[in-house]
Write a protein that binds this ligand. Structure first.
Ligand code: DOR
Ligand code: ZN
Ligand code: ZN
Length: 431
């Protein structure tokens, strides 16, 4: 099986056109001659840019437990439409991902889906009960897709949805996790400070809504940095949303610690001022911050403090999200808008270059997972995304392939439309 993509732009070289040859699922040439296309199925890439398939470190597919919100199949459909070729579903399912049986169940669902690589995380504690550690070694032996791509049954572990609050158990977990060659994805949230439904500040006061202080996040970021230093366990910080967290992570990196971080497009584009009391669409955890936080996140993306953009795609039914703020569940969708939102907010605005965005959305996530993917190079797997950087469109959640027809970006106009997504050289999405 072979494919020839002609006249396409590459991120490092936007003014020139290249011909790309793909055979047996791999990139064979990134500068083929026009005549090399003879005999191959050909796609005309004129006006389009070729990117490595995007890798999203943080999604929620609700398998098992809540198929009405999302399934592995519907989530993979949304990923493909967003140009995302690898996803890491978080383990806060029902039951949680803490057993071989559950991992295998997800493996079977992924094998029956569209080919998007599904690398689920395991929990830190059994059932996310905060009391006893998951058997990491047992999960690591599972021979699933994750094993094929990473050599381990798990890509990482996380208590996402909350923090493991007991610092003694967290320390013990870090020692065991490090010994199993894994890392922690830390959802940082001091439980004693939560209980609100948006960021504490002027906007929450104006709306008369209970707020969550910014320190709820940064206190746990600080704790987990110190525990990482003490134990040597690598820690990846999920969905960083506050200026103080960015400073703490910058400090940890300057000390040479094994710390990485992601943020999400909604923290870059929206703020507490967008939150509406009668509408759950802008409710997520951690909550939207203020302008100082946004500024700090931009700086962190520019100077390398933040390694990755992930979505925290957290689907809920439209009925749940349409409730007033206090009654709506935490979580917003993101898989289908992450590239366009990030391209518009970061590259079109002149803050970062397109190659840097590709690093944030593909190359660094691959490194964090230990995958040899996420880059355009000869011999690499042909997980590819074709985008039209000049195409502008309005976000319409009704068109979503996710079961969750809601988006905090509904009605916004973004540039950079995903036109085609390939996995191992096979087209799985075509706009
Ligand atoms: O907004 C969120 N939604 N934050 C979380 O930590 C969990 C997630 C979910 O599972 O819906
Ligand atoms: Zn989380
Ligand atoms: Zn999450």
């Amino acid at each position: 099986m072979s494919l020839f993509i002609k006249n396409i732009s590459l991120p490092n070289n936007p003014t020139e056109r290249a011909n790309v040859l793909i055979a047996d699922g791999k990139i064979r040439s990134l500068n083929a001659r026009a005549e090399d296309g003879a005999g191959h199925e050909t796609i005309d890439g004129s006006g389009l840019t070729l990117l490595p398939g995007l890798i999203d470190l943080h999604v929620h597919f609700r398998d098992p437990g809540f198929p009405e919100k999302e399934t592995t199949a519907s989530g993979c459909g949304a990923a493909a439409r967003g140009g995302v070729t690898t996803v890491c579903p978080m383990p806060n399912t029902k039951p949680t991902i803490d057993s071989v049986e559950t991992l295998e169940l997800i493996e079977r669902a992924a094998a029956a889906a569209n080919g998007v690589h599904v690398l689920p995380l395991g929990t830190i504690t059994r059932g996310e009960n905060g009391e006893s550690l998951t058997d990491y070694a047992a999960l690591n032996r599972v021979r699933n897709e994750c094993f094929r791509l990473t050599g381990r049954g798990l890509s990482a572990v996380s208590e996402d949805g909350k923090s493991l609050m007991d610092p003694r158990l967290m320390r013990e977990a870090m020692i065991a996790i490090q010994a199993n060659g894994l890392k922690i994805f830390s959802h940082a949230e001091e439980i004693g400070l939560c209980g609100g439904c948006m960021r504490l500040g002027k906007a929450s006061e104006r709306l008369g809504v209970i707020g969550i202080p910014a320190e709820a996040e940064s206190i746990i970021v600080a704790r987990d940095i110190l525990l990482s230093e003490a134990t040597g366990c690598p820690v990846h910080f999920c969905h960083i949303s506050t200026a103080a967290s960015v400073s703490l992570i910058r400090w940890a990196k300057a000390r040479g610690l094994a710390v990485t971080a992601e943020t999400a497009p909604h923290y870059l584009i929206l703020s507490e001022d967008d939150v509406q009391a009668d509408n759950g669409r802008f409710k997520m955890n951690p909550p939207l911050g203020n302008e100082k936080d946004r500024e700090a996140l931009f700086e962190g993306l520019i100077d390398g403090t933040i390694d990755a953009i992930a979505t925290d795609h957290a689907p809920h039914t439209a009925e749940e999200k349409n409730r007033p703020l206090p009654k709506a569940p935490f979580g917003v969708t993101g898989l289908e808008t992450s590239f366009s939102a990030s391209y518009t907010a970061l590259v079109k605005s002149g803050k970062i270059t397109l190659p840097r965005l590709v690093e944030l959305m593909a190359a660094r996530p691959a490194e964090i997972l230990g995958l040899s993917r996420g880059v355009l190079k000869v011999g690499a797997a042909a997980d590819l995304t074709l985008v039209d950087l000049n195409a502008a469109f309005r976000v319409d959640p009704e068109k979503s392939r996710s079961k969750a027809k809601h988006s905090p970006f509904a009605g916004r106009e973004f540039s950079g439309k995903v036109k085609m997504t390939l996995i191992n050289g096979k087209v799985i999405y075509h706009d």
